[in-house]
Design a protein around this ligand. Structure first.
Ligand code: IMP
Ligand code: MG
Length: 334
């Protein structure tokens, strides 16, 4: 059974939550582990007419058969985590690595009031940057010393390896997007750590040789929230006209938008060592494709859009999103 990674290919908000939820539902994944930064990310998915959002748990939270894990590299906000555990009734299947860093009120305060972070970078204000800074200074408290979450402590790296030994399926979930990487994005308008597939491995404690597939998620257009350049950025009215005006799921801030950028996509494929990609929200560009689940039923112009990207990237669009619902997917995986 495979150990696969899903990461974002642009600036976050590519629709990772929906793609992951689809995979988890379809493949009944045994163990889902979250890597990435922390509660600055909100992964959203719609299932059976209901909208779910997770900021700490993996997007597999809805599936009662999936064990949920949070890797050592992820920052935990105990209050947000406990709320999610109770809303998904996941008390018996949630494990937080003992070495996860803990976000405190002081980190949130600093992130949401300090001029540089709040105004220049436009952070999410969730305390992740200041907490990662304290971690680098070796003064951040860790999960193993946090009484509030003591019932959920685990050794996530060992859990992943023992699941793989038993031939169970493991799905690793990245957060944010490649161009928000502290190393590979447009510094300083980035998040507080690397967020490419390699870092997701490090976050959960697994080496690159154990990974089978790296799926990079792209949206059919690009959005970006917070500061920093966005090539070919549309005027707000144009963005609205095209139906591309979105709002951040954590902060509610308006997202800026631009058309799909093939050069960014190509570089993202390399940075992540992608083996395939997913393309979401094709129905926003081609409304006739809403809810389509069979590739042959796409319109010629929608097919042309997908096939040009596939040819440029030299990879297949294994999953194509055609609507908000988790099941609105064209699945071309072999
Ligand atoms: P931070 O991660 O809160 O420090 O914010 C740094 C930059 O990354 C800001 O531009 C944020 O808007 C952006 N960012 C952080 N997390 C996400 C996310 O999950 N989706 C989209 N943008 C994000
Ligand atoms: Mg998001």
């Amino acid at each position: 059974m495979p150990c696969n990674i899903v990461v974002g290919g642009f600036f976050g908000d590519e629709g990772k939550g929906k793609i992951i939820a689809y995979i988890v539902k379809k493949d009944n994944i045994n163990l889902a582990a979250r890597g990435g930064v922390g509660p600055n990310a909100g992964h959203t998915f719609n299932l059976n007419g209901q909208t779910f959002k997770v900021r700490m748990l993996p997007s597999a939270a809805f599936n009662v058969k999936t064990t949920l894990a949070i890797g050592a590299g992820v920052l935990v906000n105990p209050k947000i985590l406990l709320n999610e555990i109770s809303s998904f009734n996941a008390q018996d299947r949630t494990f937080v690595d003992r070495n996860c860093g803990i976000i405190k009120e002081e980190h949130v305060m600093q992130d949401s009031t300090e001029g540089f972070l709040k105004d220049k970078i436009g952070t999410t204000g969730t305390g992740t940057g200041p907490a990662n800074s304290d971690r680098a200074l070796r003064k951040l408290s860790l999960a193993k010393d946090c009484l509030e979450i003591k019932d959920y402590l685990g050794e996530v790296s060992s859990m992943i390896h023992s699941n793989l030994d038993k031939k169970n399926s493991v799905l690793l979930e990245g957060t944010q997007g490649t161009y928000l990487s502290l190393y590979h994005g447009g510094y300083p308008f980035v998040t507080s750590k690397d967020v490419t597939a390699s870092s997701v491995c490090a976050d959960v404690g697994i080496g690159p040789k154990s990974i089978n597939e790296v799926l990079v998620v792209f949206k059919s257009y690009i959005t970006r929230v917070g500061g920093g350049p966005l090539e070919n950025e549309l005027e707000r009215v144009e963005s609205q006209k095209r139906g591309w005006l979105e709002y951040g799921s954590v902060t509610g801030r308006e997202r800026r938008s631009s058309p799909f950028n093939i050069e960014l996509a190509k570089r993202s494929i390399r940075l992540n060592g992608a083996t395939s990609f997913a393309l979401t929200k094709l129905d926003v560009l081609y409304p006739e494709c809403a809810g389509v689940k069979d590739y042959s039923k796409l319109t010629p112009s929608a097919k042309k859009f997908v096939e040009e990207i596939e040819a440029e990237l030299g990879l297949k669009a294994e999953l194509i999103g055609t609507g908000a619902d988790v099941d609105s997917v064209i699945d071309q995986r072999s």
